[in-house]
Design a protein around this ligand. Structure first.
Ligand code: GDP
Ligand code: MG
Length: 711
């Protein structure tokens, strides 16, 4: 007994459906009517490979909206009669336009074979298609054919039968419509799930899209449902929200998403020799993703964004810092005496809040720029340009921007990794980001380079540190991709949506969303971390000082310099005898093999967890020099080992800077890693593995350096 299956032929008018149909069924055709309408239903049969195949030639359509009878018939046949396979006949000489219908079949999630017919004409136009790559990208088998010459009819029948038998299935790819649409679709689907009855017939993802598009037919069906009110309320709300931020209908944005998908897939798998590309976006892309100009333009743009971001946000960050300092001084002056409560409020709470707020300007400005690049459509091109290079290190084109942003600040950089769809790529990008040397490490480098390297070497030393961070990031990314997050990413299309001017509202919403997320989620963790470090460096309170500072201060009546000097010494002694000081002494053996076994350096590294620039401040306190960096440099040069030799040599200084570069990310970075991976485990993993990497790197540099003759 032959197995019976049904195949529907669908496609744009004039794509060659009827020619294919006749090739397949020969004389065995039957013309009937679709129920209730005057449209002809053309049906035929053939026997092939043990299958009795019923073939339906559906009316030709450009889309699957509910705007015309033909479209409704085609889609209802597919949805309601559920043919075993839909064969989508595509005019390969007019590929991008024909694929618009294809994207809608993909949305329907039906078993699909894509036939690129009229391949002879396409080839004359200089179009060549990589069948395998295109199949992977579109998630459905692609076969080219020439129906008029009966070429490759068996090839697509075989592909159809494979689908029926569950063989040679490609991993499904989905069309990205952008994060905003996607989020609203999800909300609608979440309401739709209750409606089991309607979901038996129609996929919820498709219904959600159709609701955003205000599809009459779907609206009619939903209105009959028990959950109509809830569903319609949600879709209405989503439509309004999207219209508000895009200044355009969701329908248009969804169409952009489809065109973007097509454009991206074609750019990757279709060779075009001279087909005229006519739209404005295509013309712009001629420049922006041009083989030669693309990269320089991209790097230039990123440089401008970078420059702009930092010139604007650094003064703001300084302003916040001095504002917080002012508040601390003001609040401090309200306390009559140096009590534990005063210290908690002034040095713990207020500076903790300050540590949270100080990142706000940079987050706002980075995401202002990102929202503009994303909304205009350029970001998709940037990812496209960088993709090949990033693949070499096992990452995706979209990882490039977070990595680059890391040079400024790892906090917004890690948040920017959200735009990476692939989960593994995203995790790797987040986990290696802190190796990109952020701005806060610069003061540490500045101090040590000035103190231990000749002026003419300073630039090279600094550059080598940045380079080393990058190399470590690439190396670890490769390792993670190989062992921790294994496997090739499923192939997916990088959408190239048409360019559009983003609305101010959408940019502001994105910017504010990021800021709110940071304040709400990361803020509390950063704050708690600061308070803990404050506690470690201020307790125990009842220190037995080596000298009676109070009495000494009393006796210095009026000698400002001596008073300041005594205050500094008292601070230093207090820190030395605090828990942080004890912890520093405890950890000295860990750092000895790296060349810098001195308890003060350990304490500085511990307090550097709050922020790496704090390493400098802590050293200043410990050496009782305050923020006089020249004096601090001298103090560092004078540290002696137990045998009386100087502790720091250029090699040791370099080893120390490498450690600062690579070790534990700062509190704010740890907090956003937790926030973005939604897991304490990954945040802790980041803390420990980076410190491990730092130790190994410093060890290799210090011990290796000594082996080849450095001091
Ligand atoms: P339908 O509207 O999709 O049913 O398309 P038809 O089957 O009627 O074909 C439209 C025109 O394209 C006819 O003139 C066909 O002869 C021609 N045609 C169909 N397939 C091919 C092909 O592979 N190559 C070429 N050169 N012409 C084709
Ligand atoms: Mg026809």
């Amino acid at each position: 007994m032959a197995k019976k299956i049904t195949i529907a032929l669908a496609g744009n008018p004039n794509s060659g459906k009827t020619t294919v149909f006749n090739n397949l069924t020969g004389q065995h055709r039957h013309i009937g009517n679709y129920p209730g309408v005057t449209v002809e239903k053309i049906e035929g049969r053939l026997n092939y490979n043990g299958y009795q195949i019923r073939v339906i030639d559906l009316p030709g359509t450009y889309s699957l909206t509910a705007h015309s009878i033909d479209e409704i018939i085609a889609r209802n046949f597919v949805l309601e009669e559920k043919p075993d396979v839909v064969i989508n006949i595509i005019d390969a000489s007019n590929l991008e336009r024909n694929l618009y219908l294809t994207t809608q079949f993909m949305e329907l999630g039906v078993p699909l074979v894509l036939v690129l017919n009229m391949y002879d004409v396409a080839q004359k136009h200089g179009v060549t298609v990589n069948e395998q790559r295109f199949s992977e990208l579109l998630g459905n088998p692609v076969v080219f054919s020439v129906a008029t010459k009966k070429e490759r009819m068996h090839a697509f029948l075989d592909a159809a039968i494979d689908l029926v038998e569950g063989k040679n299935i490609f991993a499904k790819t989905s069309i990205g419509y952008g994060a905003d649409i996607q989020a609203e679709l999800k909300k609608i689907e979440d309401v739709l799930v209750q409606d089991k009855l309607i979901l038996e017939k129609y996929p919820s993802s498709w219904l959600a899209i159709k609701l955003l598009e205000k599809d009459d037919e779907v609206l009619r069906k939903i209105k009959k449902s028990k959950y109509a009110d809830e569903v319609l309320e949600q879709s209405e709300q989503s439509i309004q929200y999207l219209e508000g931020i895009f200044n355009d209908t969701p329908e248009a944005i969804i169409a952009d998403g489809r065109y973007g998908f097509i454009s991206g897939a074609c750019s990757e798998a279709v060779g075009l020799n001279y087909e005229l590309r006519h739209s404005v976006s295509d013309k712009i892309d001629g420049f922006l993703i041009n083989k030669f100009l693309g990269l320089p333009i991209f790097l230039g743009l990123m440089w401008i964004v970078f420059k702009l971001t930092f010139t604007v946000s650094i003064p703001l960050m300084n302003l916040i810092e001095s504002g917080v300092g002012g508040v601390a001084a003001l609040v401090g002056s309200l306390f009559p005496a140096e009590t534990a409560l005063k210290s908690l409020i002034v040095d713990g709470v207020i500076s903790g809040v300050g540590s949270v707020l100080v990142f706000l300007p940079i987050i706002l400005i980075v995401f202002l720029a990102m929202a503009f690049l994303e909304g205009s459509g350029y970001m998709a091109r940037a990812a496209f340009i960088m993709d090949r290079l990033m693949h070499k290190i096992g990452l995706h084109g979209r990882s490039f921007i977070p990595m680059l942003l890391g040079f400024g600040c790892n906090v917004p950089a890690i948040m920017a990794a959200r735009s990476i769809e692939d989960k593994k790529d995203r995790m790797v990008t987040i986990l290696v980001n802190s190796f990109m040397s952020c701005g806060a490490r610069l003061p540490v480098y500045a101090l040590f380079i000035a103190a231990f390297f000749p002026q003419d070497m300073a630039g090279n030393v600094l550059f080598s540190l940045y380079l080393l961070g990058m190399l470590v990031a690439v190396l670890i990314a490769k390792l993670f991709r190989k062992y921790l997050f294994r496997g090739e990413a499923a192939p997916f299309v990088m959408e190239l949506p048409p360019y559009r001017m983003p609305t101010v509202k959408s940019i502001l919403i994105h910017m504010w969303d990021k800021a709110a997320m940071y304040l709400k989620k990361a803020g509390t963790i950063i704050f708690a971390g600061c308070v803990i470090v404050w506690f470690l460096s201020n307790y125990p309170q009842d220190v037995s000082y080596s000298r009676n500072y109070d009495a000494l201060l009393q006796s210095q009546k009026g000698y400002i310099e001596q008073i300041v000097e005594l205050e500094k010494q008292r601070e230093a002694e207090k820190l030395k005898k605090s828990y942080a000081g004890s912890l520093g002494r405890l950890t000295v053996p860990i750092f000895r093999p790296l060349g810098f076994g001195d308890w003060r350096l350990s304490v500085a590294l511990i307090s550097g967890i709050v922020g790496k620039e704090i390493v400098v401040g802590t050293l200043g306190t410990l050496y009782a020099v305050g923020d006089d960096s020249a004096a601090l440099g001298r103090a560092l040069r004078n540290i002696e080992r137990t045998d009386g030799s100087k502790l720091f040599t250029p090699l040791v200084a370099y080893s120390f800077m490498v450690f600062v570069l690579l070790y534990i990310p700062c509190m704010a970075t740890i907090a956003v890693i937790k926030q973005e991976t939604n897991s304490w485990l990954w945040a802790l993993f980041a803390v420990f593995y980076t410190t491990g990497v730092a130790w190994v790197a410093s060890f290799v540099i210090y011990q290796g350096g000594r082996l080849i003759g450095f001091q």
